[in-house]
Design a binder for this molecule. Sequence first.
Ligand code: ADP
Ligand code: MG
Length: 381
Amino acid sequence: MKPPPTLARRLGVAIIWMMVCAVIFIATASLGIDLLIQYEVKSRLPENLAQAVDLLEQNRVPASDDMLALMKTIAAEQPRALLLSYTGMALLSLLVIAICVWLTGRIARRVTDPIYAVAEGAGKIAAGDFSHRISPPAKLTREVSVLVDAFNAQAEALDRSESRMRFQTAAVAHELRTPLTVLRGYIHGALDGVFPRDDAQMRALLTQVEDLSRIIEDLRTVSLASSGALVLDITRCDLTAEALCVLDVMSPHLRDAGLVIETDLAPVVAWADPARVRQMLRAVLDNARRYAAEGGKLQIAVEEAADRCVVTVSDRGPGFPDDHRAFEGFWRADLSRTRATGGSGLGLSVVKALADAQGCQVSIANRRNGGARVEMRFMAA
Ligand SMILES: Nc1ncnc2c1ncn2[C@@H]1O[C@H](COP(=O)(O)OP(=O)(O)O)[C@@H](O)[C@H]1O
Ligand SMILES: [Mg+2]
Protein backbone atom coordinates (compact mmCIF):
# COMPACT_ATOMS: atom_id res chain seq x y z
CA MET A 1 0.00 0.00 0.00
CA LYS A 2 1.25 3.49 -0.88
CA PRO A 3 2.39 5.31 2.28
CA PRO A 4 0.49 8.52 3.11
CA PRO A 5 2.26 11.82 2.26
CA THR A 6 4.48 13.46 4.88
CA LEU A 7 3.22 16.33 7.05
CA ALA A 8 5.57 18.80 5.27
CA ARG A 9 4.12 17.78 1.89
CA ARG A 10 0.51 17.98 3.07
CA LEU A 11 1.10 21.41 4.66
CA GLY A 12 2.99 22.64 1.57
CA VAL A 13 0.14 21.60 -0.75
CA ALA A 14 -2.48 23.12 1.61
CA ILE A 15 -0.60 26.45 1.85
CA ILE A 16 -0.13 26.69 -1.94
CA TRP A 17 -3.83 25.95 -2.45
CA MET A 18 -4.82 28.56 0.12
CA MET A 19 -2.58 31.19 -1.49
CA VAL A 20 -3.81 30.49 -5.04
CA CYS A 21 -7.46 30.59 -3.90
CA ALA A 22 -6.87 33.81 -1.90
CA VAL A 23 -5.22 35.58 -4.88
CA ILE A 24 -8.01 34.53 -7.30
CA PHE A 25 -10.68 35.52 -4.76
CA ILE A 26 -9.13 38.93 -4.01
CA ALA A 27 -8.56 39.74 -7.72
CA THR A 28 -12.13 38.78 -8.70
CA ALA A 29 -13.70 40.51 -5.73
CA SER A 30 -11.74 43.76 -6.19
CA LEU A 31 -12.84 43.86 -9.84
CA GLY A 32 -16.41 43.41 -8.64
CA ILE A 33 -16.01 46.23 -6.10
CA ASP A 34 -14.68 48.60 -8.82
CA LEU A 35 -17.61 47.78 -11.12
CA LEU A 36 -20.08 48.33 -8.27
CA ILE A 37 -18.54 51.72 -7.42
CA GLN A 38 -18.63 52.74 -11.09
CA TYR A 39 -22.28 51.70 -11.32
CA GLU A 40 -23.13 53.57 -8.13
CA VAL A 41 -21.38 56.79 -9.30
CA LYS A 42 -22.96 56.57 -12.74
CA SER A 43 -26.44 56.08 -11.25
CA ARG A 44 -26.12 59.42 -9.45
CA LEU A 45 -24.98 61.42 -12.55
CA PRO A 46 -27.40 63.83 -14.27
CA GLU A 47 -28.83 62.40 -17.49
CA ASN A 48 -26.57 64.37 -19.90
CA LEU A 49 -23.41 63.23 -18.08
CA ALA A 50 -24.65 59.62 -17.97
CA GLN A 51 -25.16 59.80 -21.76
CA ALA A 52 -21.61 61.24 -22.08
CA VAL A 53 -20.30 58.23 -20.19
CA ASP A 54 -22.25 55.88 -22.48
CA LEU A 55 -20.73 57.59 -25.53
CA LEU A 56 -17.23 57.25 -24.07
CA GLU A 57 -17.88 53.55 -23.44
CA GLN A 58 -18.82 53.21 -27.14
CA ASN A 59 -15.52 54.98 -28.08
CA ARG A 60 -17.39 58.09 -29.23
CA VAL A 61 -16.62 61.66 -28.16
CA PRO A 62 -19.38 63.52 -26.22
CA ALA A 63 -20.00 67.28 -26.50
CA SER A 64 -17.13 69.35 -25.05
CA ASP A 65 -19.36 70.95 -22.36
CA ASP A 66 -20.53 67.53 -21.20
CA MET A 67 -16.95 66.27 -21.29
CA LEU A 68 -15.76 69.15 -19.12
CA ALA A 69 -18.61 68.72 -16.64
CA LEU A 70 -17.98 65.00 -16.54
CA MET A 71 -14.29 65.48 -15.72
CA LYS A 72 -15.16 67.92 -12.94
CA THR A 73 -17.69 65.46 -11.47
CA ILE A 74 -15.20 62.60 -11.68
CA ALA A 75 -12.54 64.69 -9.88
CA ALA A 76 -15.08 65.55 -7.17
CA GLU A 77 -16.22 61.91 -6.79
CA GLN A 78 -12.71 60.43 -6.75
CA PRO A 79 -11.95 60.69 -2.97
CA ARG A 80 -15.27 59.05 -2.12
CA ALA A 81 -14.77 56.31 -4.73
CA LEU A 82 -11.26 55.66 -3.40
CA LEU A 83 -12.57 55.48 0.18
CA LEU A 84 -15.25 53.00 -0.89
CA SER A 85 -12.68 50.92 -2.81
CA TYR A 86 -10.19 50.82 0.11
CA THR A 87 -12.93 49.95 2.58
CA GLY A 88 -14.13 47.16 0.29
CA MET A 89 -10.57 45.81 -0.09
CA ALA A 90 -9.99 45.94 3.69
CA LEU A 91 -13.23 44.01 4.39
CA LEU A 92 -12.31 41.53 1.67
CA SER A 93 -8.83 40.99 3.16
CA LEU A 94 -10.37 40.45 6.61
CA LEU A 95 -12.69 37.84 5.12
CA VAL A 96 -9.76 36.06 3.41
CA ILE A 97 -7.72 36.15 6.65
CA ALA A 98 -10.66 34.71 8.59
CA ILE A 99 -11.08 31.88 6.04
CA CYS A 100 -7.30 31.15 6.17
CA VAL A 101 -7.33 31.08 10.00
CA TRP A 102 -10.30 28.69 9.96
CA LEU A 103 -8.62 26.42 7.38
CA THR A 104 -5.29 26.47 9.30
CA GLY A 105 -7.17 25.50 12.47
CA ARG A 106 -8.75 22.56 10.65
CA ILE A 107 -5.38 21.41 9.30
CA ALA A 108 -3.75 21.78 12.72
CA ARG A 109 -6.57 19.78 14.32
CA ARG A 110 -6.05 17.03 11.76
CA VAL A 111 -2.44 16.81 12.96
CA THR A 112 -3.04 17.25 16.68
CA ASP A 113 -6.18 15.07 17.09
CA PRO A 114 -4.27 11.78 16.59
CA ILE A 115 -1.57 13.04 18.99
CA TYR A 116 -4.23 13.70 21.65
CA ALA A 117 -5.70 10.25 20.83
CA VAL A 118 -2.27 8.67 21.43
CA ALA A 119 -1.89 10.59 24.72
CA GLU A 120 -5.39 9.53 25.78
CA GLY A 121 -4.62 5.92 24.74
CA ALA A 122 -1.37 5.98 26.74
CA GLY A 123 -3.41 7.13 29.76
CA LYS A 124 -5.87 4.24 29.32
CA ILE A 125 -3.02 1.75 29.04
CA ALA A 126 -1.37 3.23 32.12
CA ALA A 127 -4.71 2.68 33.88
CA GLY A 128 -4.58 -1.02 32.92
CA ASP A 129 -6.80 -1.15 29.81
CA PHE A 130 -4.37 -3.06 27.55
CA SER A 131 -7.06 -3.77 24.97
CA HIS A 132 -7.22 -0.10 23.94
CA ARG A 133 -6.24 0.60 20.30
CA ILE A 134 -6.30 3.82 18.28
CA SER A 135 -8.28 3.77 15.05
CA PRO A 136 -6.23 5.70 12.46
CA PRO A 137 -7.93 8.90 11.19
CA ALA A 138 -9.22 8.87 7.58
CA LYS A 139 -6.66 11.38 6.27
CA LEU A 140 -3.28 10.44 7.63
CA THR A 141 0.12 11.99 7.31
CA ARG A 142 3.08 9.62 7.31
CA GLU A 143 4.27 10.80 10.73
CA VAL A 144 0.83 10.26 12.27
CA SER A 145 0.54 6.86 10.59
CA VAL A 146 3.94 5.83 12.02
CA LEU A 147 2.94 7.11 15.48
CA VAL A 148 -0.45 5.34 15.45
CA ASP A 149 1.10 2.08 14.17
CA ALA A 150 3.87 2.22 16.81
CA PHE A 151 1.32 2.90 19.56
CA ASN A 152 -0.95 0.05 18.48
CA ALA A 153 2.00 -2.36 18.13
CA GLN A 154 3.18 -1.43 21.62
CA ALA A 155 -0.34 -1.84 23.04
CA GLU A 156 -0.60 -5.23 21.31
CA ALA A 157 2.74 -6.35 22.80
CA LEU A 158 1.70 -5.17 26.28
CA ASP A 159 -1.65 -6.90 25.91
CA ARG A 160 0.06 -10.14 24.89
CA SER A 161 2.61 -10.00 27.68
CA GLU A 162 -0.11 -9.19 30.21
CA SER A 163 -2.23 -12.17 29.18
CA ARG A 164 0.91 -14.34 29.18
CA MET A 165 1.69 -13.17 32.69
CA ARG A 166 -1.87 -13.89 33.80
CA PHE A 167 -1.68 -17.34 32.23
CA GLN A 168 1.69 -18.03 33.84
CA THR A 169 0.56 -16.88 37.27
CA ALA A 170 -2.46 -19.20 37.00
CA ALA A 171 -0.18 -21.99 35.74
CA VAL A 172 2.31 -21.54 38.61
CA ALA A 173 -0.54 -21.69 41.10
CA HIS A 174 -1.93 -24.79 39.37
CA GLU A 175 1.44 -26.57 39.19
CA LEU A 176 2.27 -25.88 42.84
CA ARG A 177 -1.17 -26.74 44.15
CA THR A 178 -1.14 -30.47 43.33
CA PRO A 179 2.06 -31.47 45.20
CA LEU A 180 1.19 -29.13 48.08
CA THR A 181 -2.27 -30.70 48.43
CA VAL A 182 -0.73 -34.18 48.57
CA LEU A 183 1.83 -33.06 51.17
CA ARG A 184 -0.76 -31.30 53.31
CA GLY A 185 -3.07 -34.33 53.25
CA TYR A 186 -0.28 -36.65 54.35
CA ILE A 187 1.01 -34.34 57.10
CA HIS A 188 -2.54 -33.92 58.46
CA GLY A 189 -3.00 -37.71 58.36
CA ALA A 190 0.34 -38.30 60.10
CA LEU A 191 -0.44 -35.71 62.81
CA ASP A 192 -3.88 -37.23 63.41
CA GLY A 193 -2.30 -40.69 63.67
CA VAL A 194 -4.28 -41.91 60.62
CA PHE A 195 -1.11 -42.81 58.61
CA PRO A 196 1.59 -44.89 60.25
CA ARG A 197 5.16 -44.01 59.22
CA ASP A 198 5.67 -45.69 55.85
CA ASP A 199 8.94 -45.47 53.87
CA ALA A 200 7.26 -45.97 50.48
CA GLN A 201 4.82 -43.15 51.29
CA MET A 202 7.69 -40.93 52.43
CA ARG A 203 9.55 -41.56 49.17
CA ALA A 204 6.44 -40.63 47.16
CA LEU A 205 6.18 -37.43 49.19
CA LEU A 206 9.86 -36.71 48.59
CA THR A 207 9.18 -36.96 44.83
CA GLN A 208 6.45 -34.34 45.23
CA VAL A 209 8.87 -32.07 47.12
CA GLU A 210 11.52 -32.58 44.44
CA ASP A 211 8.95 -31.68 41.74
CA LEU A 212 8.15 -28.52 43.66
CA SER A 213 11.83 -27.64 44.00
CA ARG A 214 12.40 -28.24 40.27
CA ILE A 215 9.51 -25.99 39.25
CA ILE A 216 10.72 -23.26 41.60
CA GLU A 217 14.32 -23.62 40.36
CA ASP A 218 13.16 -23.47 36.70
CA LEU A 219 11.06 -20.37 37.38
CA ARG A 220 14.03 -18.77 39.11
CA THR A 221 16.33 -19.55 36.17
CA VAL A 222 13.88 -18.09 33.64
CA SER A 223 13.28 -14.96 35.70
CA LEU A 224 17.00 -14.40 36.42
CA ALA A 225 17.85 -14.90 32.74
CA SER A 226 15.11 -12.54 31.54
CA SER A 227 16.34 -9.81 33.88
CA GLY A 228 19.96 -10.41 32.79
CA ALA A 229 20.96 -11.43 36.32
CA LEU A 230 21.82 -15.07 35.66
CA VAL A 231 25.38 -15.84 36.79
CA LEU A 232 27.20 -17.71 34.03
CA ASP A 233 30.70 -19.09 33.77
CA ILE A 234 31.36 -18.65 30.04
CA THR A 235 34.56 -20.40 28.95
CA ARG A 236 35.92 -22.30 25.98
CA CYS A 237 33.60 -25.28 26.11
CA ASP A 238 34.09 -28.57 24.24
CA LEU A 239 30.51 -29.28 23.18
CA THR A 240 31.23 -32.87 22.18
CA ALA A 241 32.71 -33.63 25.61
CA GLU A 242 29.63 -32.12 27.28
CA ALA A 243 27.27 -34.07 24.99
CA LEU A 244 29.10 -37.32 25.82
CA CYS A 245 28.99 -36.51 29.52
CA VAL A 246 25.19 -36.03 29.39
CA LEU A 247 24.73 -39.13 27.23
CA ASP A 248 26.75 -41.21 29.72
CA VAL A 249 24.15 -40.50 32.37
CA MET A 250 21.04 -40.44 30.19
CA SER A 251 21.67 -43.24 27.67
CA PRO A 252 20.30 -46.01 29.92
CA HIS A 253 17.06 -44.08 30.47
CA LEU A 254 16.77 -43.22 26.78
CA ARG A 255 17.36 -46.85 25.80
CA ASP A 256 14.88 -48.06 28.45
CA ALA A 257 12.30 -45.85 26.80
CA GLY A 258 12.95 -47.65 23.50
CA LEU A 259 15.18 -45.09 21.78
CA VAL A 260 18.13 -46.07 19.59
CA ILE A 261 20.81 -43.41 19.93
CA GLU A 262 22.85 -42.30 16.91
CA THR A 263 25.64 -39.76 17.36
CA ASP A 264 27.64 -37.68 14.93
CA LEU A 265 29.98 -35.68 17.13
CA ALA A 266 32.74 -33.54 15.65
CA PRO A 267 35.12 -31.96 18.17
CA VAL A 268 34.06 -28.30 18.34
CA VAL A 269 34.81 -25.64 20.93
CA ALA A 270 32.29 -22.88 21.70
CA TRP A 271 31.98 -19.95 24.11
CA ALA A 272 29.50 -21.29 26.66
CA ASP A 273 28.93 -22.26 30.28
CA PRO A 274 29.54 -26.07 30.35
CA ALA A 275 27.13 -26.68 33.24
CA ARG A 276 24.37 -24.76 31.45
CA VAL A 277 25.09 -26.58 28.17
CA ARG A 278 24.62 -29.88 30.00
CA GLN A 279 21.39 -28.56 31.56
CA MET A 280 20.05 -27.57 28.11
CA LEU A 281 20.99 -30.94 26.60
CA ARG A 282 19.43 -32.83 29.50
CA ALA A 283 16.13 -30.96 29.02
CA VAL A 284 16.03 -31.62 25.26
CA LEU A 285 17.00 -35.30 25.58
CA ASP A 286 14.51 -35.75 28.39
CA ASN A 287 11.80 -34.40 26.06
CA ALA A 288 12.81 -36.95 23.40
CA ARG A 289 12.51 -39.67 26.04
CA ARG A 290 9.08 -38.47 27.14
CA TYR A 291 7.45 -37.46 23.89
CA ALA A 292 9.28 -39.21 21.03
CA ALA A 293 10.10 -42.67 22.39
CA GLU A 294 7.75 -44.39 19.95
CA GLY A 295 9.77 -42.97 17.04
CA GLY A 296 12.67 -45.27 17.84
CA LYS A 297 15.64 -43.33 16.56
CA LEU A 298 17.31 -40.38 18.29
CA GLN A 299 20.13 -38.52 16.55
CA ILE A 300 22.54 -36.20 18.34
CA ALA A 301 24.94 -34.20 16.19
CA VAL A 302 27.63 -31.65 17.05
CA GLU A 303 29.26 -29.78 14.17
CA GLU A 304 30.78 -26.46 13.22
CA ALA A 305 28.95 -24.28 10.66
CA ALA A 306 30.28 -20.83 9.71
CA ASP A 307 31.09 -19.10 13.03
CA ARG A 308 28.69 -21.24 15.02
CA CYS A 309 28.93 -24.55 16.82
CA VAL A 310 25.69 -26.39 16.26
CA VAL A 311 24.20 -29.06 18.50
CA THR A 312 21.19 -30.80 16.94
CA VAL A 313 18.87 -33.29 18.56
CA SER A 314 16.47 -34.97 16.10
CA ASP A 315 13.85 -37.54 16.95
CA ARG A 316 11.16 -39.49 15.07
CA GLY A 317 8.30 -38.69 17.43
CA PRO A 318 5.12 -36.75 16.64
CA GLY A 319 6.94 -33.41 16.28
CA PHE A 320 5.57 -30.03 17.39
CA PRO A 321 2.20 -28.64 16.26
CA ASP A 322 2.54 -25.74 13.77
CA ASP A 323 1.24 -23.18 16.27
CA HIS A 324 3.39 -24.38 19.17
CA ARG A 325 4.57 -21.96 21.86
CA ALA A 326 7.08 -24.37 23.35
CA PHE A 327 9.47 -21.61 24.46
CA GLU A 328 6.73 -20.04 26.58
CA GLY A 329 6.53 -21.34 30.13
CA PHE A 330 3.83 -23.93 30.92
CA TRP A 331 2.88 -24.55 27.30
CA ARG A 332 2.25 -28.24 26.51
CA ALA A 333 1.15 -29.76 23.22
CA ASP A 334 -1.18 -32.27 24.83
CA LEU A 335 -2.17 -31.40 28.36
CA SER A 336 -3.52 -34.79 29.40
CA ARG A 337 -0.65 -36.85 27.97
CA THR A 338 2.17 -34.65 29.27
CA ARG A 339 0.44 -34.21 32.63
CA ALA A 340 0.54 -37.99 32.97
CA THR A 341 4.26 -38.02 32.13
CA GLY A 342 4.87 -35.31 34.71
CA GLY A 343 6.11 -32.39 32.57
CA SER A 344 5.48 -28.91 33.92
CA GLY A 345 5.97 -27.21 30.54
CA LEU A 346 8.98 -25.24 31.75
CA GLY A 347 11.81 -27.32 30.22
CA LEU A 348 12.10 -25.56 26.86
CA SER A 349 11.54 -22.09 28.31
CA VAL A 350 14.54 -22.76 30.56
CA VAL A 351 16.51 -23.94 27.49
CA LYS A 352 15.58 -20.73 25.66
CA ALA A 353 16.44 -18.53 28.64
CA LEU A 354 19.83 -20.24 29.06
CA ALA A 355 20.50 -20.02 25.32
CA ASP A 356 19.69 -16.28 25.22
CA ALA A 357 21.91 -15.65 28.21
CA GLN A 358 24.85 -17.37 26.45
CA GLY A 359 24.33 -15.69 23.04
CA CYS A 360 23.19 -19.02 21.63
CA GLN A 361 20.35 -19.26 19.10
CA VAL A 362 17.92 -22.07 19.77
CA SER A 363 15.23 -23.16 17.36
CA ILE A 364 12.58 -25.84 17.11
CA ALA A 365 11.44 -27.35 13.84
CA ASN A 366 9.82 -30.48 12.56
CA ARG A 367 11.80 -32.87 10.38
CA ARG A 368 10.50 -33.32 6.86
CA ASN A 369 9.99 -37.04 7.44
CA GLY A 370 8.35 -36.53 10.82
CA GLY A 371 9.79 -35.90 14.25
CA ALA A 372 11.16 -32.87 16.03
CA ARG A 373 14.53 -31.19 15.60
CA VAL A 374 15.95 -28.89 18.25
CA GLU A 375 18.97 -26.89 17.12
CA MET A 376 21.30 -24.92 19.42
CA ARG A 377 23.81 -22.62 17.71
CA PHE A 378 26.57 -21.57 20.10
CA MET A 379 29.24 -18.97 19.34
CA ALA A 380 32.39 -20.69 18.08
CA ALA A 381 35.49 -20.06 20.21
N1 ADP B 1 10.72 -33.86 21.13
C1 ADP B 1 9.45 -33.47 21.23
N2 ADP B 1 8.51 -33.98 20.40
C2 ADP B 1 7.22 -33.61 20.49
N3 ADP B 1 6.75 -32.70 21.39
C3 ADP B 1 7.64 -32.17 22.24
C4 ADP B 1 9.03 -32.52 22.20
N4 ADP B 1 9.66 -31.80 23.16
C5 ADP B 1 8.71 -31.05 23.76
N5 ADP B 1 7.50 -31.28 23.22
C6 ADP B 1 6.23 -30.62 23.58
O1 ADP B 1 6.54 -29.35 24.12
C7 ADP B 1 5.98 -29.19 25.41
C8 ADP B 1 6.89 -28.34 26.25
O2 ADP B 1 8.08 -29.01 26.54
P1 ADP B 1 8.90 -28.57 27.81
O3 ADP B 1 9.01 -27.10 27.81
O4 ADP B 1 10.14 -29.35 27.88
O5 ADP B 1 7.93 -28.92 29.00
P2 ADP B 1 7.57 -30.34 29.67
O6 ADP B 1 8.50 -31.35 29.11
O7 ADP B 1 7.78 -30.09 31.10
O8 ADP B 1 6.15 -30.56 29.30
C9 ADP B 1 5.85 -30.60 25.93
O9 ADP B 1 4.82 -30.67 26.89
C10 ADP B 1 5.49 -31.39 24.67
O10 ADP B 1 4.11 -31.28 24.43
MG1 MG C 1 10.53 -31.06 29.07
